[in-house]
Design a binder for this molecule. Sequence first.
Ligand SMILES: C[S@@+](CC[C@H](N)C(=O)[O-])C[C@H]1O[C@@H](n2cnc3c(N)ncnc32)[C@H](O)[C@@H]1O
Length: 436
Amino acid sequence: MTITTLRQRLLALEAEPPKAWRVTGAHARPNLHGLLRYPAMMVPCMQGDIIDVILDHKPGACRVLDPFVGSGTVMTEALVRDLDFTGVDINPLAALVCEAKAAIDAGADVEGAAQIVLSTLRRDVCESIEVEFPGRAKWFDDESAVKFSTLRRAIIQVGDKGARKVMWTVFAETVRLCSNSRTSTYKLHIRALGDRVGADRVLQTFETNLRQSLMRVREYRALIDARGDKRPSVRIICDDARKAALDWPETDHQLLVTSPPYGDNQTTIPYGQFSYLAMRWIPQEDLPGAGTYKLMANTNALDSVSLGGTVRGAEEKEACVRAASPHFDAFVREAERTDRKRAVRKVSSFISDFTDALTHMRASSSGTAHWVLTTGNRTAAGLTVPFDAICKDIVAGLGGKPIAALRRELPSKRMPSRNSQGVMITTETTTVVEFS
Ligand SMILES: C[S@@+](CC[C@H](N)C(=O)[O-])C[C@H]1O[C@@H](n2cnc3c(N)ncnc32)[C@H](O)[C@@H]1O
């Protein structure tokens, strides 16, 4: 397939998006995609369709990289296509969920683990609280904490590490649904008294989640049933994408498919706050990554080490990125007319960190590669940050040739795109680039 045909096929997808791209709710997240509701998840079938078109163009491609892997949407789409996969995320909970999905793919005995957990739950009459952390009583009253402790003790009984990670994923979804933090926002935000979930519902919610998860595992296994003996290889790295890229071999991946954060976590989507409560319950040894305890020191620790987490050195960073991106330069010139200096510094810092990450990715994949980047344009300092255009500038500076940009209206109910200023991101752009 020539590059022109590739472009035409991608643009045809944009002109007439398959119906499945517009499905919302539970049906939009089949099989492993629905194990945990993580912020800003991608539309799985859209990423899968784009991967298929690129594979038709480049049949030899075999390893996919997602440097901001989140809950592993791209990973699942890669694995069902028997493609090897590398995923990176700075968030230990995200990496744990990906490891759980990899364990399912590798055939971990999830049903056996569920039996162990359920039978331990039935026998356990202990009323102690197993973990304490600042604010524990605010987010989990004593009665709920006793129930979560019972769940924690039961999961620890599962000997197989991979299957246990699947149980922690079900646990994390139960924390999301039953803690005193609202489910309508990803920030830690206390529920109104009348909206709290009673302690008597914790175990029941876990068991319901577990049953649904087992169905999802079966659905996934049916998809990979015809695979044969050779399994794709999976590597999940819990680290800063800028550092992780230094470690893997050159020409390691032929396809990079990702949706980076839209801006710094504090003012866009606080992935760290979203993950904090579940991570506090999961034993350190089951959470991926080194120094995870530092990332849980407080509710903001993880968000402040994510891309754009610090404004230190923002001025110098800004100058470099302005030189590399005419669209960023135009944004800063416009923003300088406002008095929202801190907001502009946050954007500069984020764009600079993101540029670093992409530069490292490119350095580690010096051969032919295709990149698929899904971005949204947030608002900062009262202005739209043209992240899609900035991203294209950065990639062009690295030698990438833009092939197509697919714009997609987001269904209005898609909450993850709401940023701290209450502004909805209404469209997202998927940019496809070729490095030759
Ligand atoms: C838009 S989300 C990815 C969501 C994912 N596509 C999915 O469907 O679940 C962006 C991810 O980037 C991660 N992230 C932020 N800063 C990072 C960094 N410096 N290195 C690696 N990952 C980072 C966040 O933890 C978050 O999981």
